[in-house]
Design a protein. Structure first.
Length: 281
């Protein structure tokens, strides 16, 4: 554009000078070399401008290429961003799921910890109860070891009938089968309490002849019980009775045959006397 404008200006000036008629041939000759010089300069300028134009065109093409590359890169980037968003959305879902599972696991862990604490408490209580139970067992074993063991079982005689007599007599049960604690004496017929306590006694009385059969139960000199039956016919008949007594150490218990009463025993051990300590006091 600059070259064209310059040429137009020169032509217009030349034309104007010719119309005025002021120029001479000498002036024209002087002016001609200047025009060619100017035209040469203008041509060179045109060449330079063409070169610059091609350079600019190349730069524009390069810019267009870079713009296309940038557009392509931008498109790829957008796609990558979308993929990342999709992936991130999936990861967010997974994260929410993981957080939910973590919360559930923490809740279960808390429940298990509470349950374990409860088990520990119950275990501690059970251990305490076990210690107490063992202590109680040890105490009972000691008490049982220290507790006197007293029991006896005897039968009267192998002689058959005893009585009736004109007076009361003390019965001596001479066949001793059990005498734990040695509290019964076959020589006297007495049971002597070794410790204060509650004792259980049982006796069986047998008769073979007609008439009265029975015994008195004595504690020391005190008559505790009278137990008897009347027999109409001479045959073997017997009865059993029992008594529970509180005795002090040294108290004696024994059976007496009342006068006019009879009693029978032989190898079959029909008439017996037994007792044991229920518990000490």
């Amino acid at each position: 554009m600059r070259v064209v404008l310059c040429l137009l200006l020169l032509l217009c000036g030349y034309r104007a000078q010719g119309e005025d008629g002021d120029l001479t041939e000498q002036t024209l000759e002087q002016t001609t070399p200047d025009i060619w010089a100017e035209m040469t300069a203008l041509r060179d300028m045109v060449v330079e401008l063409q070169v610059e134009l091609r350079t600019m065109e190349n730069r524009v093409m390069e810019s267009d290429r870079k713009v296309e590359e940038l557009k392509t890169e931008l498109t790829v980037t957008k796609m990558y961003i979308e993929l990342l968003q999709i992936e991130n959305s999936g990861q967010a879902t997974d994260l929410i799921s993981l957080e939910s599972r973590l919360t559930s696991t923490e809740s279960k862990t808390s429940d298990l910890e509470n349950e374990n604490a409860d088990f520990q408490t119950r275990l501690s209580d059970s251990e305490s109860e076990l210690v107490i139970s063992k202590s109680r067992i040890d105490q009972l074993e000691r008490e049982n070891a220290e507790k006197p063991k007293v029991a006896f079982y005897t039968a009267l005689t192998n002689a058959g009938s005893i009585g009736p007599y004109n007076t009361d007599i003390t019965l001596k049960f001479t066949k001793v089968f059990t005498n734990t604690g040695n509290a019964y004496s076959a020589a006297t017929g007495f049971f002597t309490a070794p410790v204060r306590g509650v004792y259980y006694f049982q006796f069986t009385v047998c008769g073979s002849s007609a008439g009265l059969k029975g015994v008195h139960v004595y504690k020391n000199s005190q008559k505790i019980m009278y137990s008897a039956e009347w027999k109409e016919h001479p045959n073997i008949r017997y009865f059993t009775n029992s008594v529970v007594l509180e005795l002090f150490t040294g108290d004696i218990v024994y059976l007496r045959l009342p006068k006019d009463h009879g009693i029978f025993d032989n190898a079959n051990n029909y008439s017996t006397f037994s007792g044991s300590l229920l518990f000490p006091l």
